[in-house]
Design a protein around this ligand. Structure first.
Ligand code: FES
Ligand SMILES: [Fe+2]
Length: 451
C-alpha cells in the first residue's frame, strides 16, 4: 500500500492520514529528510560579528554555528569530544572561546581545541595526543546569498542544485535592498501539538484562509477603511474574501512546485501604498525591470523543503519548522526585512507582522488550533484513512512553467495559475513526491508490513 497516491492518469490524488501520526514514519523522516540532506539553518546576518554564535538543530542533532576571527561561519555538532557534554547551552551570543562546562576543555570560534585542562599531568598516550580534539564539523555547510544550509550527510548535491530555480524566488526577497535581508530583534519560539507537515501544507493553503481567519479578515477590512497606510491588509488571500464566484476581479494566484519538494504559493497583489516597499517601487523597477519589481509586491509564500518558510507580503516572516515528535512541533519565527528601509516602512512592516503572525497575532493561533484539530481527527481510524484534500486545482495543473513563471524566468516542475479563488491544493503533491522519493524503499517496507 502506498502512503501517498498521486496518479493523474487515474484521477487519483490522495494522502494517507497515518503519515501525520505514525512514529515509524516520523523516524524515517528524521533519518532521511532532516538528517540525510540539506536543511535550512539560519541567515548569516544573524551572526554579523566575529565570534558570534547561535545554536540550532538539524533533525534531532543540536548544531553550533560560529563566526570565527576571520569572518568565516562554521557549523559543528554541539557536543564535546571528551565525554560528550553540550558545549554551548545558550541560544546565541558572542564569545571567542567556548569552555565545556564539564571538564573545561576549551574551543576557539573556529571549532579548534584550544586546551585540555591539566594536559601535562594527564599521562595520556602518545597516540591520544596525536589525535584531533576539535569540535566535529557537519558534513556539508553552504550559503546561498546569506541563507545558510547544512547537511549531516556528505552524499548530497551542491546547494545550488538542491535549490534550483528557487534561488530566483529567494532573490525576490534579498534584492529588495542593496544590503540584503536582516532579521529584526525578537525571536518567537512556540509549539503546537500536531505534525510538522501540517505547517508545511498550511503555508501554501489559500483555501483555508476565509474559513479559519474570519476575525483577522474582518479587523483587517475595518482598519483598511480607516487607515490603509498604517494597518494590516493581508493581501490576495484576504481579498479573496470579498470576491465571489462571478467576480470580475482580476487578481491572479497560483502555485509552483519544484524539484526536491520546494513550493511557492503566490497572488498578484498590486503596488499598494500599505506595502513597505511602496516607497522604493520606482527604484526597484529601474534596477530589475517591471516584471521582477511587480513580483516583489506579490504575496509569496515560499517553502524550502523540508524545514523553512519565507512568507513575503505586507509583512515578511521567516519560519523554521522543528519536528519533535509525530504530534509535537516547535516553530521558530523571525520578522525579516530589507536592510535600510525607512522608519515609516519599517513601522508599517512591524505592525502588519504583529497583526497576522506569531501566537500573539490574529491569525497564527487560528492555524495552530486547526492543526491540532487535524491531529485529533487523524486519530479517528474508523474510516478508510485516505484524505481528499490534495485534489483541488487538478484540472488546472500543468507540467512546467505557467505564463507568470516564464515572466520570472523560472521553470517549475508544475504550475497552477488562475483566479484568486482557485486556491490550488495539488501543490502539496510536490512535498509528498519529494517525501516519498527520499523515504523510498524503507517507507515501502513499512507500508507492506502494515497491510
Ligand atoms: S565533557 Fe567536555 S570537557 Fe569533559
Ligand atoms: Fe492560516
Amino acid at each position: 500500500m502506498k502512503m501517498v497516491d498521486f496518479e493523474p492518469a487515474q484521477d487519483v490524488s490522495r494522502v494517507h492520514r497515518s503519515i501525520f501520526s505514525d512514529q515509524q514514519i516520523f523516524d524515517l523522516e528524521m533519518k532521511y529528510l532532516f538528517e540525510g540532506g540539506w536543511v535550512f539553518l539560519a541567515l548569516d546576518s544573524q551572526l554579523p560579528n566575529p565570534h558570534d554564535f547561535m545554536v540550532t538543530r538539524i533533525g534531532r542533532q543540536e548544531i553550533l554555528l560560529m563566526r570565527d576571527r576571520g569572518g568565516e561561519i562554521g557549523a559543528f555538532y554541539n557536543t564535546c569530544p571528551h565525554r560528550g557534554a553540550q558545549i554551548c547551552s545558550l541560544r546565541q551570543g558572542n564569545s571567542p572561546l567556548h569552555v565545556c562546562p564539564y571538564h573545561s576543555w576549551s574551543f576557539d570560534s573556529d571549532g579548534r581545541n584550544r586546551s585540555i585542562k591539566a594536559k601535562s599531568n594527564g599521562a595520556y598516550s602518545a597516540a591520544f595526543l596525536e589525535q584531533g580534539h576539535d569540535l566535529h564539523p557537519i558534513a556539508r555547510f553552504e550559503s546561498y546569498r546569506g541563507f545558510l544550509f547544512g547537511s549531516l550527510s556528505a552524499d548530497v548535491s551542491s546547494l545550488d542544485s538542491y535549490l534550483g530555480d528557487v534561488r530566483t524566488l529567494l532573490d525576490l526577497a534579498i534584492d529588495q535592498s542593496d544590503g540584503g535581508l536582516e532579521v529584526l530583534p525578537g525571536t518567537v519560539t512556540y509549539t503546537y501539538r500536531a505534525n510538522w507537515k501540517l505547517q508545511l501544507e498550511n503555508s501554501a493553503d489559500g483555501y483555508h484562509v476565509t474559513s479559519t481567519h474570519p476575525t483577522y479578515m474582518k479587523i483587517a477590512q475595518d482598519r483598511a477603511t480607516e487607515d490603509a497606510d498604517e494597518t494590516g491588509v493581508g493581501g490576495v488571500w484576504d481579498r479573496a474574501n470579498t470576491l465571489t464566484e462571478e467576480s470580475e476581479d482580476s487578481a491572479r494566484g497560483g502555485s509552483f512546485g519544484f524539484a526536491n519538494g520546494h513550493v511557492l504559493a503566490w497572488g498578484s497583489v498590486p503596488m499598494v501604498p500599505s506595502h513597505p516597499l511602496f516607497e522604493r517601487r520606482f527604484e526597484l523597477e529601474a534596477q530589475f525591470g517591471r516584471a521582477k519589481a511587480e513580483w516583489m509586491f506579490y504575496f509569496r509564500n515560499l517553502t524550502l523543503f523540508p524545514n523553512a518558510q519565507v512568507a513575503d507580503n505586507l509583512a515578511s516572516i521567516l519560519r523554521i519548522i522543528r519536528p519533535i515528535a509525530p504530534d509535537l512541533t516547535e516553530m521558530v519565527a523571525y520578522c525579516i526585512a530589507p536592510k535600510g528601509e525607512s522608519a515609516a516602512a519599517r513601522r508599517r512592516r512591524l505592525r502588519q507582522y504583529e497583526d497576522f503572525f506569531n501566537p500573539s497575532g490574529l491569525a497564527t493561533p487560528d492555524d495552530l488550533v486547526a492543526y491540532e484539530g487535524c491531529q485529533a481527527g487523524h486519530a479517528i481510524d474508523g474510516c478508510a484513512g485516505w484524505l481528499q484534500g490534495y485534489e483541488r486545482g487538478v484540472a488546472a495543473r500543468m507540467d512546467g512553467p505557467s505564463e507568470s513563471a516564464r515572466d520570472l524566468g523560472i521553470v517549475p516542475l508544475h504550475s497552477v495559475e488562475g483566479n484568486a479563488l482557485l486556491n490550488d491544493e495539488t501543490v502539496f503533491q510536490t512535498y509528498y513526491q519529494a517525501w516519498s522519493e527520499r523515504l523510498g524503499p524503507e517507507l515501502f517496507k513499512l507500508s507492506e508490513e502494515a497491510r
